[in-house]
Design a protein around this ligand. Structure first.
Ligand code: PAF
Length: 270
């Protein structure tokens, strides 16, 4: 992979990287198209990273659709797909990792609190992928807002010479944020899941600047669909993800909720 990436770099336009776990959809295709439009050669990785899943999470069920993923990559202008085996990413086995990369500030709250070890797994695998692929730019979706901010911090702290390019969330026609996990939803759940984006839109259109009032507004909208079990609705600083006392432009409202066995997240930048 490193040799292939170096050869692409020699062509002069640089390498743009889109890391994924496969089960690709239009949201990923948008990342790839944006990377392609930058003029660089695009490399995508497809690797379901075991270390970012908790023991009771969906690692085994996570959809694996490699042939369809490759077709989507080709259509979206990707030059190379990197699909490493576990032994390549975790030579000593992923049950006995001895070197982790762990961001401790931005990763602390919200998803980090609910999914212990998740961001440590994400940072570790992304650091490995960056070291192997050696891209000039890397494209991340704002759908996983906290992940994006954790990676930005990791890149700054570890001095990776890589520009992180955030890409706005792509939504279905009814507003549901695109996610590989949406395919777990039964049709009846799928319709109810739109309450997440409705609640966030109501918050962003309200003009309210008191974070507690905004959170209450979001919770009220979600409470209208009792099948949706709200995990958190928080309005926080857009960079640090810490609590704030007044909303300023660039702060963010984040939501996580479950429907049946499916956990969904979404956010809006205020
Ligand atoms: O967002 C994802 O798909 C994953 O967390 C990532 C960044 C590919 C790391 O496994």
């Amino acid at each position: 992979m490193a040799t292939a990436s170096a050869a692409l770099k020699q062509k002069g336009a640089g390498v743009a990287f889109v890391p994924t776990m496969g089960a690709l959809h239009e949201g990923h295709a948008t990342l790839m198209r944006r990377a392609h439009e930058s003029g660089a050669a695009v490399i995508t990785s497809v690797y379901v990273n075991p270390t970012q899943f908790g023991p009771r999470e969906d690692f085994n069920q996570y959809p694996r659709t490699f042939d369809a993923d490759c077709a989507l990559c080709e259509q979206a202008g990707v030059s190379l797909v990197f699909a490493p085996a576990d032994e390549e990413m975790y030579p000593s086995g992923f049950a006995a990792v001895s070197t982790w990369v762990d961001e401790l500030q931005v990763a602390k709250r919200l998803e980090g609190e609910r999914r212990p070890g998740h961001f440590r797994g994400v940072c570790t695998v992304v650091a490995k992928l960056f070291n192997i692929v050696q891209p000039d730019t890397a494209f991340f979706g704002q759908k996983d807002y906290q992940q994006l901010k954790v990676i930005e911090r990791m890149v700054r702290d570890l001095r990776y010479p890589i520009e992180i390019v955030p890409v706005p969330t792509v939504c279905e026609a009814d507003g549901l944020a695109m996610s590989s996990r949406n395919r777990y939803l039964a049709p009846v759940e799928r319709a109810k899941a739109t309450v997440l984006s409705r609640a966030l839109r109501a918050a962003s259109e309200s003009g309210e600047t008191d974070p507690l009032q905004l959170e209450a507004l979001i919770k009220d909208v979600v409470a209208g669909v009792p099948e949706v079990r709200l995990d958190y609705a928080e309005v926080v600083d857009g960079q640090t993800l810490e609590r704030i006392s007044r909303v300023r432009p660039g702060d963010v409202a984040l939501i996580a909720a479950s429907l049946g066995a499916t956990r969904l997240i979404d956010n809006v930048i205020l």
